[in-house]
Design a protein around this ligand. Structure first.
Ligand SMILES: NC(=O)c1ccc[n+]([C@@H]2O[C@H](COP(=O)([O-])OP(=O)(O)OC[C@H]3O[C@@H](n4cnc5c(N)ncnc54)[C@H](O)[C@@H]3O)[C@@H](O)[C@H]2O)c1
Length: 267
């Protein structure tokens, strides 16, 4: 393992504050994961597109290659540690050393606490929290060896403000905040930054599926009433935050959770 240093190791630079190292994005088959993978590829990074939905992952990889970028799909369920470890070993061979990790894979479920089963609680945590842990654990040795790395994890506004009907979801996203801040303190000495993003409602397949089909327009109208900017966010807007935090443009930022919620919560 490289000697710990607070000065990031010199790496060949690409554009926009990125080095010539591969990026791994989980949950990259849809929504914000897809937008982030595409946005990183546009900055010249080779992107490993991870999703448990193979077709969706391939769809994102195709979008990247059609745009002239380098993207490769990997079918991975992030809640399974062996699948994650195997994927990271393959990614290093296919795309080279991993310098960037974006943990976005997640699910949503609306359920009052007294009706949440043991299985549903475990499923929520095993994807959001264990998945994030497994991917960080797989990526870190190489990052520590090189004395450089940047990780950004997906949290949620629900972890900040709480959300009735989504206690398991909010608790898992709050756990990700703790993981993010602790890992940032632990690995700063290796030149590795770790940050998080906590979006409010973002118009993605996941957000829409969590609302009542026929009344979607009404649901959106109700939801945006408490948002000063008066609308849902877009996946592309959130992708730009991930890109910024990952890049050297955010070189003095670590252990932070950036909220992007149209002004809904102003601490
Ligand atoms: N949409 C929102 O309003 C919102 C707000 C805050 C946070 N989030 C979080 O952002 C993340 C992405 O949300 P989105 O709205 O873009 O959702 P999305 O459903 O469009 O995309 C999520 C992707 O994650 C993948 N995935 C789910 N479980 C997986 C697993 N075990 N292994 C690998 N891939 C898996 C899905 O197949 C899907 O492609 C989630 O973690 C979600 O909790 C969403």
């Amino acid at each position: 393992m490289a000697k710990a240093s607070r000065t990031p190791a010199k790496q060949a630079e690409t554009t926009d504050g990125f080095h010539d190292l591969a990026a791994v994005v989980t949950g990259a088959g849809s929504g914000m994961g897809r937008s982030t993978a595409v946005a990183l590829a546009r900055r010249g990074l080779s992107v490993a597109v991870l999703d448990r939905n193979n077709e969706a992952a391939k769809g994102t990889a195709s979008l990247i290659t059609e745009g002239g970028g380098k993207g490769r799909a990997y079918k991975v369920d992030v809640s399974r540690s062996r699948e994650v470890d195997r994927a990271f070993a393959r990614i290093s061979k296919d795309l080279g050393p991993v310098g960037y990790l974006v943990n976005i894979a997640g699910i949503d479920e609306l359920c009052p606490l007294e009706k949440i089963t043991d299985e549903a609680w475990s499923r929520m945590f095993s994807i959001a929290v264990n998945g994030c842990f497994y991917c960080c654990r797989a990526a870190l040795p190489g990052m520590m060896e090189r004395g450089f790395g940047s990780i950004v994890n997906m949290s949620s506004l629900h972890a900040v403000r709480g959300q009735a009907g989504r206690t398991h979801y909010a608790a898992s996203k709050a756990a990700i905040m703790g993981l993010t801040k602790s890992l940032a303190r632990e690995k700063a000495v290796y030149g590795i930054r770790v940050n998080g993003v906590a979006p409010g409602p973002i118009d993605t397949p996941l957000w829409r599926s969590g609302r009542g089909g026929g009344t979607l327009t009404k649901d959106i109208a109700e939801r945006v009433k408490i948002i000063p900017l008066g609308r849902l966010g877009t996946a592309e807007e959130i992708a730009e935050i991930f890109v910024f935090l990952l890049s050297d443009r955010a070189s003095y930022i670590t252990g932070q959770i950036v909220t992007a919620d149209g002004g809904e919560v102003m601490p």
